[in-house]
Write a protein that binds this ligand. Structure first.
Ligand SMILES: Cc1cc2nc3c(=O)[nH]c(=O)nc-3n(C[C@H](O)[C@H](O)[C@H](O)COP(=O)(O)OP(=O)(O)OC[C@H]3O[C@@H](n4cnc5c(N)ncnc54)[C@H](O)[C@@H]3O)c2cc1C
Length: 568
């Protein structure tokens, strides 16, 4: 029996996660006239959400001759036709509506003669990213400001610092969720007619990441609750993450060099990687990894991102338009001249594409559960274009919220919460009750090392993936069971929160390696040394589901209701 207090709450629609998907879901669900609760493990508007840190782009086909049809086709092409076409078709039209909302809610878009001023990012048939009237690096804050203001304006109930660790799975479907209220140090059981998982992705499972807090909590909880998952082998690693000079490590502003100044990716010998590589390997993260492994990387383990081929006046003009960003001032202060000296970049985890399998309503197939944003799969397929994740995640939130609201309105009772809640709380409390064992931080690092060593981008092969899986399985059997939180104070115990995250990271790492081993071809950034080609016969999803202590693995063919993949 758990020895700490439990509070109970009952709502119509529970939304777990307050990133772009969760916030949009909450707004749309509330519009259906139901009682909505939005919860997040951090501070509302300032946590998790990748949007808040960069927000370089938001693709929307708002200027003809661009159109939703062309946006749809571009999304499929870069996704290597692994996207769920019915879902994406619906999302692309929804993006237009959500973008109109953003405009109405005060995002400061730059317009000329009534048309959005657009910029073009790689992979777009037409310029599709609306510029803002403020410097680009503030875009994330701009979206955050507009969206969080709407939540406040509509008096949507928000609970912060609530770490949801499990879904309450019953024979009749998902009855809600259970979380740790970090402020009080007590558990909170939330009964909901419909639950939406909007917990973001799992790129924090990797050692090199732009978003450490993305520990795949929703995906892992869904897996434990028996929900079907898919596409876990696919993810995006951002090639233009700074690794040198040191004051810039982990930042992604080098996108400015790539997109606005046509930056060149060069190896130690000065070879242009985009010219050197062809086919699937041309994708920048793969090309960088390959060069580093071959000993031709830049001194700090990446590649150079060079803008020297531009005239200084052109570079100055771009920086002036951006309002002379803070990172530039920092570099200038240390006498680093970006025109004369090349910065170094390397791939880091940024967006995950796998998660709960959902239909075009973002329903998971398990009654009472929806998934939106990065917690839901098959929106981007095997790979993505810069600036497409944010709008697709937002559109998923809108659709899930609307549909969950409609369904909740028709139901006049909640699914009874079963005795399982006690078991879930006991498990969550376990690391607090142990006096000795492995610390969560140690275990997090070990799992990240395993993913880096056995499941990294270009190193995937049958043998290494199998070894990685054995190591993770060993950790799950022994170390995870021994995990111990050294600080025993219950309120705001961040080590306890970390222990809960580490359990999720362990589950997610196992799912990633399992899916990567099952896919015997290369597609997107999933590159198998032993199966280096993209195979038409592999236009199928790897589908994973919990089966007792094992993972049931099946495949399901991708369908092409709108657009067929090219013959070659
Ligand atoms: C650095 C960076 C820059 C990016 N820039 C761009 C860009 O310019 N353009 C673009 O299109 N895409 C960009 N992306 C991708 C895009 O921002 C994300 O795909 C998108 O914002 C994901 O939205 P989401 O709502 O699914 O998840 P998130 O925004 O990550 O939100 C997840 C929410 O769930 C909460 N949560 C998680 N676990 C729990 C739990 N256990 N209990 C309670 N709450 C929980 C989190 O606290 C957070 O509130 C970027 C990503 C990164 C990391």
């Amino acid at each position: 029996m758990s020895t700490i207090g439990k509070d109970h709450l009952s709502v119509d629609v529970l939304i777990v996660g307050a990133g772009v998907a969760g916030i949009t879901a909450a707004i749309e669900a509330q519009q259906q006239g139901v009682d909505v609760l939005l919860v997040t493990k951090g501070a509302f508007g300032r946590d998790g959400a990748a949007t808040w840190t960069s927000g370089y782009g938001f693709q929307v086909a708002a200027n003809p001759p661009d159109s939703p049809e062309i946006h749809f086709a571009d999304t499929l092409k870069v996704g290597r036709f692994m996207n769920d076409q019915r879902l994406v078709h619906r999302l692309i039209s929804e993006i237009i509506r959500q973008h109109r909302n953003l405009d109405e809610w005060g995002v400061r878009y730059l317009k000329e003669n009534g048309r959005y001023v657009m910029m073009r990012l790689p992979g777009e048939s037409h310029p599709r990213v609306p510029r803002l009237t403020i410097p680009g690096e503030w875009a994330g804050q701009e979206y955050r400001r507009s969206l969080t203001r709407q939540v406040k304006k509509r008096s949507i109930r928000v609970i912060e610092d609530l770490f949801v660790f499990d879904l309450i799975a019953t024979r009749d479907g998902i009855a809600g969720a259970v979380g740790l209220d970090l402020r009080k140090g007590t558990f909170l059981v939330i009964q909901a007619k419909e639950t939406i998982l909007a917990t973001g992705g799992h790129m924090g499972s990797y050692r090199t990441t732009t978003i450490p807090q993305a520990s795949g909590d929703g995906t892992a909880a869904a897996f434990r609750a028996g929900v079907t998952l898919t596409d876990l082998e696919f993810a995006d690693f951002y090639a233009y993450t700074a690794i040198w000079p040191p004051v810039t490590v982990g930042e992604i502003w080098p996108s400015v060099f790539r997109y606005e100044l046509n930056g060149k990716l060069l190896n130690r010998l000065g070879e242009d990687l985009r010219e050197k590589y062809r086919g699937p390997e041309r994708v920048p993260p793969l090309a960088i990894e390959r060069e580093v492994k071959a000993g031709r990387g830049s001194p700090h383990g990446g590649a150079y991102l060079s803008i020297r081929h531009n005239l200084r006046e052109e570079i100055d003009r771009v920086f002036a338009r951006m309002g002379h960003p803070k990172w530039l001032k920092r570099l200038q202060a240390m006498r680093f001249d970006v025109v004369e000296q090349d910065i170094e970049v390397a791939p880091a985890g940024i967006v995950s594409f796998g998660g709960c399998r959902v239909d075009e309503n973002c329903a998971t197939g398990t009654l009472g559960l929806f998934a939106a944003g990065e917690a839901g799969a098959s929106r981007e397929g095997a790979y993505t274009n810069a600036g497409n994740s944010l709008p697709l995640c937002m559109a998923m939130g809108a659709i899930a919220g609307r549909e969950a609201g409609r369904r909740a309105k028709k139901q006049n009772h909640h699914i009874p919460v079963n005795g399982k809640v006690e078991e879930l709380c006991d498990r969550a409390l376990g690391p607090m009750l142990r006096d000795r064992g492995v610390r969560p931080i140690q275990l997090r690092r070990t799992i990240q090392e395993i993913l880096a060593g056995y499941g990294s981008l270009i190193g995937r092969n049958e043998q290494r993936l199998t070894e990685g899986l054995e190591k993770i399985s060993q950790i799950k059997k022994s170390d995870l069971e021994d995990m111990c939180v050294t600080v025993k104070d219950k309120t705001f115990n961040l080590e306890w929160r970390e222990a809960l995250e580490v359990r999720n990271i362990a589950d997610v790492a196992e799912l990633i390696l399992t899916a990567a081993r099952a896919r015997k071809e290369s597609r997107g950034l999933h590159y198998r040394e032993d199966f280096p080609k993209e195979e038409k016969s592999w236009l199928k999803h790897v589908v994973l589901k919990k089966d007792g202590e094992k993972i049931d693995i099946t495949t399901e063919p991708v369908t092409f209701p709108y657009l067929s993949p090219p013959e070659s």
